[in-house]
Design a protein around this ligand. Structure first.
Ligand SMILES: Cc1cc2nc3c(=O)[nH]c(=O)nc-3n(C[C@H](O)[C@H](O)[C@H](O)COP(=O)(O)OP(=O)(O)OC[C@H]3O[C@@H](n4cnc5c(N)ncnc54)[C@H](O)[C@@H]3O)c2cc1C
Length: 538
């Protein structure tokens, strides 16, 4: 199973864009021209020409491909650099420690060499966490956690599991399942993202409504900081002053390397179901999910796609005849042109699941909801980590895809959807290009919701054109998010791409406080320079 070097996922898995899907996108953004991708060999040749300044360091790899893979995540900016072969700066070497003690030794050696240390988990960041800082002249050591993946301790009575922090989603769940337990943290990047990455980016999984976001699951852990170990004990709850877990959560590699994490696990559930319900329009859909969230029924998931995303999902799904039949039936039931799709998750004992389904259906009926039974839910479940492979297929047709997400309170949700989509369209219009924008609410809470927008546009003829389109879009949508009162990220984190907008919500005093806390553990600014705050020298 080889991982793609310039796209998403396993090299052996291909997704195809259905014929109807290609026509649908062409209608919206125009005919796209498939790009010529750079060859890996050519990119590696260029990296080999950037001599490593850490070649003499013990136990590190200076292999060009290892350096490349440790320096790129999955943001559209990362894709553009890889696909056009314009990789820029990469790390000088990569270390693969096998124990916390080796992490300590590496951090000390990096400090002695005056090198920046960049922890790397599953390299699934979509906000530029892993690009080495351009302006900082110090050498960069990437520290991969790929070999830190053991379950260290499971306490079945307390339902607490302690893992090495480099364990990736499927491996973590398999190790727990062997003992009848599970974590239940399912970001769409589950196949590769790691426990350490989840904690330090404040990740949210598809079923976080049941199991909790990672900040509820993370009970404590150990961080190797440049000035020593920070050990955060796990308590069920504590009133003992500020919570040190909060220093680790969202630290994005700047505090140190999270080597171990204790997480709150659950028994495997008896029953799990997903169901699709359609509603006549956005207003009824939004009112319905708000009512469900505020009724606190205990659903494991509620994802509401707006009309544009619902239509896009149906057109890109293939199976044109079956979809046409479904749409005819939905129209007959009152869900026509502006219909929206709501995917619901139910988890628990059989009795709990049937009680939740009954209550949810009754509530949804009062908003005009039409249930389609379990088929679409089963399809969603089977493809929950596969849908993202479509991005590879879209790129091959000449389409770039980017996503931006935030969270706001309920009164601001409609304005946020509108502001993000419009900002994306306006940004591309400045280049004479069209942008197909659509949105869903991926995580709903009693007080408000996350808002997750997707933008599809033509890549452009060359790197400079594509880069200009992407950065204009990123800038415009980030501005719209902040202007409309949202957080700069609900789940992807800050990295380097969102760093310019962090002060808008933390304030200058708050930013100085964060900087002082980080400097306490890392006075030389060795760790993950450039994430959260502008890099040194800027
Ligand atoms: C297709 C796709 C779908 C996604 N879906 C979701 C989603 O549903 N929900 C969501 O929340 N996110 C999602 N993401 C974003 C991403 O997967 C998360 O941010 C994830 O938490 C990153 O984990 P990682 O192990 O890949 O970290 P990396 O990308 O390797 O690193 C991210 C940051 O964490 C730091 N880091 C990693 N490990 C450690 C460690 N042990 N100690 C200290 N610092 C560390 C790195 O230095 C870096 O700054 C998605 C990404 C993609 C590409």
């Amino acid at each position: 199973m080889a991982r793609r070097w310039n796209g998403w996922g396993d090299d052996s898995i291909e997704a195809a864009l259905p014929a109807g899907g290609a026509a649908f996108l062409e209608e919206r953004i125009g005919a796209a021209v498939p790009p010529h991708d750079a060859l890996l060999a050519a990119v590696l040749e260029r990296i080999a020409a950037q001599p490593s300044r850490l070649a003499a360091m013990r136990g590190v790899s200076t292999d060009p491909e290892a350096r490349l893979r440790a320096s790129t995540g999955q943001s559209l900016g990362d894709w553009l650099r890889l696909r056009f072969g314009r990789v820029g700066r990469v790390c000088d070497a990569v270390a693969f420690p096998e124990s916390a003690d080796e992490v300590r030794t590496l951090l000390d050696a990096a400090a002695a060499a005056g090198a920046i240390v960049l922890p790397v988990g599953g390299a699934t960041s979509v906000v530029g966490h892993l690009a080495p800082p351009e302006a900082d002249p110090r050498p960069v050591l990437a520290l991969s956690t790929a070999r830190l993946r053991r379950l260290l301790h499971l306490d079945p009575v307390a339902q607490l599991a302690t893992f090495e922090a480099g364990v990736a989603g499927p491996d973590l769940e398999a190790q727990l399942r062997a003992h009848g337990f599970m974590l239940g943290h399912y970001p769409q990047s589950f196949d590769y993202a790691t426990l350490g990455g989840w904690v330090v980016t404040r990740s949210s999984g598809q079923q976080s409504a049941r199991y909790g976001r990672i900040e509820q699951l993370f009970a404590g852990g150990t961080v190797c900081t440049p000035t020593g170990w920070l050990r955060v004990p796990a308590f069920p709850a504590s009133a003992a002053g500020p919570d040190l877990r909060e220093w680790v959560l969202g630290s994005e590699g700047r505090l140190g390397v999270l080597t171990e994490a204790a997480v709150r696990v659950s028994r495997l559930p008896e029953c799990e179901r997903f169901e699709a319900v359609f509603l006549p329009d956005w207003a009824s859909g939004e009112a319905a999910v708000r009512a469900l969230a505020q009724a606190r029924l205990g659903l494991s998931m509620m994802r509401l796609a707006n009309a544009a995303e619902t239509l896009t999902t149906l057109r890109l799904a293939g199976h044109a005849e079956a979809i046409a039949w479904l749409e005819r039936w939905l129209r007959w039931r009152g869900c026509g042109e502006g219909k929206v799709m709501l995917m619901l998750g139910f988890t628990g004992s059989r009795d709990q699941v049937s009680a939740m389904r009954r209550q949810a259906r009754a509530a949804l009926r009062s908003h005009g909801g039409v249930s389609t039974g379990a088929l679409l839910g089963r399809k969603w479940q089977a493809n929950r980590f596969r849908g993202v492979y479509l991005r590879n297929a879209l790129w091959a047709e000449g389409h770039a895809v980017d996503t931006m997400e935030t969270a706001v309170d309920w009164p601001r949700v409609p304005a946020m959807v509108q502001a993000m989509e419009q900002a994306g369209r306006d940004a591309l219009a400045a280049f004479g290009e069209r942008c197909h924008a659509y949105t869903h609410l991926s995580h709903v809470y009693p007080q408000g919701s996350s808002v997750y927008a997707t933008f599809v546009f033509r890549i452009g003829p060359d790197f400079d054109a594509a880069w200009a389109r992407w950065t204009a879009l990123k800038h415009a949508v980030s501005e719209a998010v902040v202007r409309t009162g949202g957080t700069i990220s609900h789940q992807h984190g800050v990295g380097k791409d969102h760093a310019p907008w962090l002060a808008a919500e933390k304030g200058e005093r708050g930013m100085r406080g964060i900087a002082a806390m980080l400097a306490h553990f890392d006075p030389q600014g060795l760790m993950a320079s450039g994430n959260l705050m502008p890099e040194r020298g800027e």
